[in-house]
Ligand binder design. Structure first.
Ligand code: FAD
Length: 652
C-alpha cells in the first residue's frame, strides 16, 4: 500500500518526510490509486501542486519533464506561457547537467511568476505551481546539483494528461476544450472530428446529453456555464449539412481477423461497435427490436431527438462495416453458446433495461385495459404502433421517463395529463428544463402523492386511489423519505395509468451455468475499468451494468470495453490504453473546484436556444428545442470559454 511522502496538492501541505514509512498517510486518502497500468505511482506533478510517493524520486527531473509537456501543449497565444515554459525547461536542464548556479534557481522563481501573471488561460496560470512548490519545499534537491557533474537521467515512465473541469466532468472525457477552441476559429469540421474520437452520437448528445460538463464549468459561479451541449449540437448539424463525415468514415478496414459480437444496439452497443470497427474488427450487433438505437429510438420521444439525426449517426457505423441484425433476440433467436460456435472471439453485452419497475400498489398486476408501463408506452409510440389513451392520463414518477410519457401523451391529444410524484419538485430527478417544459405544456403536477390502488370499471382502468405524503428523514439516496399521511386518501380519475418509476433488466438469455454474475440490483457485474465480466471474453456495459443512467455514461463504458476487448484479443489480457487510464486516474484528483473562480471572464451572457411555442409543440412530435443556428452567435458563445486547461504528469 503506497504512502504519501509529501503533498502540496490543492494547497494542503502534507509533509510526512520526517516520519517512518509505515507512519505516513496512505495515498488512497488523497483519492489517488497506487498504480497505473500495473506500475507504481512515484509522483504526480500538476496544476494543483506536487504529490511525492517515492522518497527517492528526482524532483528536479520530473519538474523539467512537466515543463517540456507544458511547452508542447501551450497554444502560443500568450508568449509568457509558450516561451517561458521553454526557458524554464532549459534552465532546469542546465541545473541537471551540473552547470547551473544559485542564480539560476532564483531566476526559476522569477520565471514562474512571469508565466503565471502573463498568461490568460489556466495552463499558463496553473503550470508554474508545481515548480514553485518544488522550489519552496525541495530547494535542497536543486542546490544539490550545483557544482556537481551530471548524473545519468532516471528512467521514469511519464504519463501526461491534459484536462479541464468540463472534460473531467464528462464521463466519456470528450476533449471539450479542444472542440470549443476549434469553434472559436470557425473550424467546425475539426470540432466535429474531435467529438468523433469518442462517439458517432454527436448530434444525439447535442440534443439529449445531461451535460455534466456544464455543471463543472468554471464560469458557473461567475455568471452561467458555457452552453457546451448546444455547441456540440451545432457542429454536428453543421457537419451533417456540409457532409463533413464522409472524410472520416472510412470503409471497413478489417485489419483484424477476429469477430466481435454485441448484444443490444443502444448507445453502448453501437459505440462499442464504432470503436471496434475503427480498430479493424468485424462486428455484428444482435438487436431484439425491429430498429437499432435502444432507448434513443424507443424511449426518448422524437420531439427531443429527431429520428433522422439518430438514424444518420447509426448509419455512419453501418458504413464502417458493422452489421446490425435487428429482430434478433439473444436467448430466443440465438443463444450465447451459438454466438461462440459461430466463431465470435469476444462478446459485449449492452442489453440495457427494458422492463418497468413495479409500483407495489394494488391492482397493477390485474392486466386492466389502460394500465401501461412507461417504457412499453414509449416503445409503442416510437415504433408507430396504435395506442389508445382516452381523455385522461395519469403518469406516476418524477424522472425524465415520466416527463417523456406525460409530454408524449399531451401531444397525442389527451385532454388532461396528471403527473403523480411522491416527493416535492426539488427532489424530482428529471432535468429542470424538462419539468419546466412539461408545466408549460399543461401537465398537472400532483406532488407529495402516491398511488395505493389502481381502480377499474369493467376490466378497464378508471382511476387511481392515491395518498398524500410528507417528507421524513433522508434515505440511502440522501433525499428525504416520503411517508404516507394516514387518512389522506383521494381519488384521481384516469382512462390510462402509466407507471414510470424505473426500469429493470431482462437477462433471460443468461443461463445459470454460463458463469456471469449479477448484482443484488439485478445488473451485471463487470470491472469498472475494463468492463470485463467474470467470464473470459465477455464484457458488458451501459445500463445493463450501471443501472438506469445516461447516454454519455453508456458511451463511456463502451469506449473502455472496446479498448479492453482489443487488448484481450491481442494479448489475452483485458486492459485499457494509457490515455483512458490517465483520464480515469485524473478524475479522482478533483479537477473542478467551485471556489476556483476564473479571472477576466468577460461579460457576455450565455446564449440560449430558440424553442418552439407551446402551441406548435403540442401540434405533434416536431423537434421542440431548436438549438443554435447562427454561426456568429455560436462563435460568440464559444468565446465565453475561459480555457481552464490543466496539465497533469504521473511519474511511474
Ligand atoms: C424514456 C427515456 C428517456 C431518457 N432520456 C435520456 C436523456 O434525455 N438523456 C440521457 O442521457 N439519457 C436518457 N435516458 C437514459 C438512456 O437512454 C440510457 O441510459 C441509455 O440508452 C442506455 O444505453 P444502453 O446501450 O446501455 O441500453 P439501451 O439504450 O437500453 O439499449 C439496449 C438495447 O439492447 C436490446 N436488447 C435487450 N435485450 C436483448 C437481447 N436479449 N437480444 C438482443 N438485443 C437485446 C434492446 O432492445 C435495446 O435496443 C432515457 C431513458 C429512457 C427510458
Amino acid at each position: 500500500m503506497s504512502k504519501v511522502f509529501f503533498s502540496s496538492w490543492n494547497d494542503t501541505i502534507i509533509d510526512e518526510r520526517n516520519k517512518l514509512s509505515d507512519e505516513r498517510i496512505e495515498l488512497k486518502k488523497l483519492n489517488l490509486p497506487d498504480e497505473i497500468g500495473g506500475k507504481s505511482l512515484k509522483a504526480l506533478v500538476g496544476w494543483a501542486g506536487l504529490v511525492v510517493v517515492d522518497p527517492d524520486v528526482n524532483i528536479v527531473e520530473v519538474v523539467k519533464e512537466y515543463f517540456l509537456n507544458v511547452q508542447q501543449e501551450s497554444c502560443g497565444r500568450c508568449i509568457p506561457c509558450r516561451a517561458g515554459s521553454k526557458v524554464i525547461a532549459d534552465r532546469l536542464d542546465k541545473i541537471i547537467q551540473g552547470s547551473g548556479t544559485e542564480e539560476d534557481i532564483n531566476i526559476l522563481e522569477d520565471l514562474a511568476d512571469l508565466v503565471q501573471s502573463g498568461s490568460l488561460c489556466e495552463l499558463g496560470i496553473s503550470s508554474p505551481t508545481p515548480l514553485l512548490h518544488a522550489l519552496k519545499y525541495f530547494r535542497e534537491d536543486f542546490t544539490a546539483y550545483i557544482n556537481k557533474s551530471s548524473a545519468d537521467p532516471s528512467n521514469y515512465d511519464y504519463r501526461a494528461v491534459m484536462t479541464a473541469p468540463c472534460r473531467n466532468g464528462c464521463p466519456s472525457h470528450i476533449n471539450i476544450p479542444k472542440y470549443i477552441e476549434c469553434i472559436k476559429e470557425g473550424n467546425y469540421e475539426e470540432a466535429l472530428a474531435v467529438n468523433r474520437e469518442k462517439t458517432p452520437f454527436v448530434g444525439t448528445l447535442g440534443r439529449v446529453c445531461v451535460h455534466p460538463c456544464e455543471a463543472n464549468c468554471n464560469r458557473q459561479p461567475v455568471d452561467q456555464a458555457l452552453s457546451i451541449r448546444l455547441l456540440k449540437r451545432f457542429v454536428a448539424d453543421f457537419g451533417l449539412l456540409n457532409s463533413y463525415d464522409q472524410k472520416y468514415i472510412k470503409p471497413p478496414i478489417k485489419a483484424r481477423p477476429e469477430k466481435v459480437a454485441i448484444i443490444g444496439a443502444g448507445p453502448a452497443g453501437i459505440n462499442a461497435a464504432y470503436q471496434l470497427a475503427l480498430k479493424g474488427y468485424g462486428v455484428t450487433v444482435f438487436e431484439a427490436l425491429p430498429v437499432p438505437g435502444g432507448m434513443l429510438a424507443v424511449g426518448i420521444p422524437s420531439y427531443r431527438l429527431p429520428r433522422d439525426i439518430l438514424n444518420y449517426e447509426i448509419d455512419l457505423v453501418r458504413q464502417m462495416g458493422v452489421e446490425i441484425k435487428c429482430n434478433t433476440k439473444v436467448g430466443v433467436d440465438i443463444t450465447l453458446d451459438q454466438i461462440w460456435k459461430d466463431g465470435f472471439k469476444a462478446i459485449f453485452i449492452a442489453s440495457g433495461l427494458h422492463e418497468s419497475s413495479t409500483l407495489g400498489c394494488e391492482g397493477e398486476d390485474a392486466c386492466y385495459m389502460g394500465f401501461m408501463p412507461g417504457v412499453d408506452f414509449l416503445r409503442k409510440v416510437n415504433l408507430g404502433e396504435k395506442v389508445e389513451l382516452g381523455e385522461t392520463v395519469s403518469v406516476v414518477g418524477g424522472g425524465n421517463v415520466a416527463m417523456d410519457c406525460a409530454r408524449s401523451a399531451v401531444r397525442m391529444g389527451v385532454k388532461e395529463v396528471n403527473l403523480i410524484y411522491r416527493r416535492t419538485r426539488y427532489e424530482m430527478p428529471a432535468n429542470a428544463a424538462e419539468i419546466k417544459a412539461a408545466e408549460e405544456e399543461g401537465i398537472k403536477f400532483h406532488l407529495l402523492a402516491n398511488p395505493v390502488c389502481i381502480l377499474e370499471d369493467g376490466g378497464a382502468v378508471s382511476g387511481m386511489e392515491c395518498i398524500r405524503m410528507e417528507l421524513g428523514e433522508p434515505d440511502a439516496s440522501g433525499r428525504r423519505r416520503p411517508v404516507p399521511l394516514v387518512g389522506s386518501e383521494f381519488t384521481l380519475g384516469a382512462d390510462t395509468v402509466i407507471p414510470a418509476i424505473g426500469q429493470v433488466a431482462d437477462f433471460s438469455f443468461i443461463t445459470d451455468d454460463c458463469g456471469l454474475e449479477l448484482t443484488e440490483r439485478g445488473t451485471l457485474v463487470a470491472d469498472a475499468n475494463t468492463m470485463a465480466t467474470s467470464v473470459p471474453g465477455i464484457f458488458a456495459g451501459g445500463d445493463a451494468v450501471l443501472g438506469a443512467r445516461t447516454v454519455i455514461e453508456a458511451i463511456a463504458t463502451a469506449n473502455r470495453a472496446a479498448e479492453a476487448i482489443d487488448s484481450y484479443l491481442r494479448t489475452g489480457k483485458s486492459e485499457v490504453g494509457s490515455s483512458l487510464v490517465m483520464e480515469r486516474f485524473i478524475e479522482n484528483t478533483g479537477v473542478y473546484k467551485e471556489e476556483m473562480v476564473p479571472e477576466m471572464v468577460g461579460s457576455r451572457e450565455r446564449l440560449e436556444e430558440e424553442v418552439l411555442t407551446v402551441e406548435k409543440r403540442l401540434a405533434g412530435f416536431s423537434e421542440a428545442d431548436l438549438g443554435f443556428r447562427c454561426p456568429s452567435n455560436v462563435i460568440n458563445e464559444a468565446e465565453r470559454c475561459v480555457k481552464c486547461l490543466r496539465l497533469g504528469l504521473a511519474v511511474l
